[in-house]
Design a protein around this ligand. Structure first.
Ligand code: BDR
Ligand code: CA
Length: 310
């Protein structure tokens, strides 16, 4: 049976590929897309989610707007990577996919309550919406099979030396999700920096020939050019779709069980994910940590999805 999935995202170039992979692969039953302020303001990330589905010719997946900003502090969009509208590069078509009149919390609740099986939440942005869901609707937690989140790192950060962007944006939300004891997987920079958009990858996607591939090629060109300037990485890392790929084919990534917590204070380390890979704490593992990527399997899944869409 396909896995029922809610995709919570902040598109964002790499989020778009996560949406496409979830929409195209038959192992996934994409029941909802919810948006959060992150890479861009909520108005942009919400529009961009609708654009991503429209370009790919995907109808019938409700899209709902979630939190505009983090639980504490204010939002600092990643304009240096994603541009002023969070989806720099291509001209964006007017979306034909409508905005659901429910907010993200209500849509997630409805999907979870209506599902015959527990629902997997894939999160590819700040965890604000998911933190609010488990805080305000604890009755729904048994209906959540797992949360698989792109964010954090076992090693370096990218927004600060120790903090990854999604983690830094809303550490308090991560704490709420970890405290809820929902089954949690972290897909951090330590693995996503293995998903490099090399010239060969761009050429292969460019040759696919679908409308989705053409739009995706423009996204990747922009993304790699900003990553080169902002992070010194001309082959930008396509972080977010690894989450979906791991659901489709667990062999895409190796994982370990470990104790994970999040730094919400810290003089220099707010937003750092502390992953106890050496078991120094002797604490019960509370998370699955993605470690190493099978890049060939990963890109094959992404390319198949882009080829299968409009
Ligand atoms: C994460 O931050 C965003 O810029 C990307 O979409 C990804 O989710 C990487 O740090
Ligand atoms: Ca994202």
């Amino acid at each position: 049976m396909p896995i029922p999935v809610i995709l919570d995202c902040d598109p964002g170039h790499d989020d778009v590929f996560a949406i496409w992979l979830a929409a195209a692969n038959p192992a996934i039953d994409l029941r909802a897309v919810t948006t959060v302020g992150g890479n861009g303001l909520l108005e942009h990330t919400t529009l961009n989610a609708r654009v991503a589905l429209t370009v790919a010719g995907v109808d019938g997946v409700p899209v709902a707007r979630g939190a505009a900003g983090p639980l504490a502090g204010s939002l600092h969009p990643a304009e240096d990577i994603h541009g002023a509208n969070a989806l720099g590069g291509p001209v964006l078509p007017e979306p034909t996919v409508p905005l659901d009149e429910r907010d993200a919390q209500t849509l997630m609740r409805d999907v979870i309550q209506a599902s015959e099986a527990p629902v997997t939440i894939v999160a590819t942005g700040p965890l604000t919406n998911i933190g609010l869901l488990v805080r305000d609707h604890p009755d729904l937690i048994p209906g959540i099979a797992r949360v698989i989140w792109m964010g954090g790192s076992t090693t370096r950060g990218n927004a600060t030396p120790y903090a990854e962007f999604n983690a830094l944006t809303d550490p308090e939300a991560i704490a709420l999700v970890l405290d809820s004891r929902v089954d949690f997987t972290m897909v951090g920079l330590n693995i996503t920096h293995q998903a490099l958009v090399t010239r060969e990858v761009r050429e292969r996607i460019g040759r696919i020939g679908t409308r989705t591939a053409a739009f995706g090629s423009e996204l990747l060109e922009f993304f790699c050019s900003t990553y080169e300037v902002a992070q010194g990485m001309p082959d930008g890392p396509l972080h977010d779709p690894i989450t979906v790929a791991m659901l489709i084919d667990p062999a895409v990534a190796t994982t370990v069980r470990s104790h994970l917590d999040i730094e919400v204070d810290g003089t220099h380390t707010r937003g750092a994910t502390r992953v106890d890979l050496i078991d120094a704490l002797g604490a019960e593992p509370n998370a699955t940590i993605a470690m190493d990527l099978d890049t060939d399997r990963f890109w094959t899944l992404v390319e198949e999805a882009v080829a299968a869409l409009a």
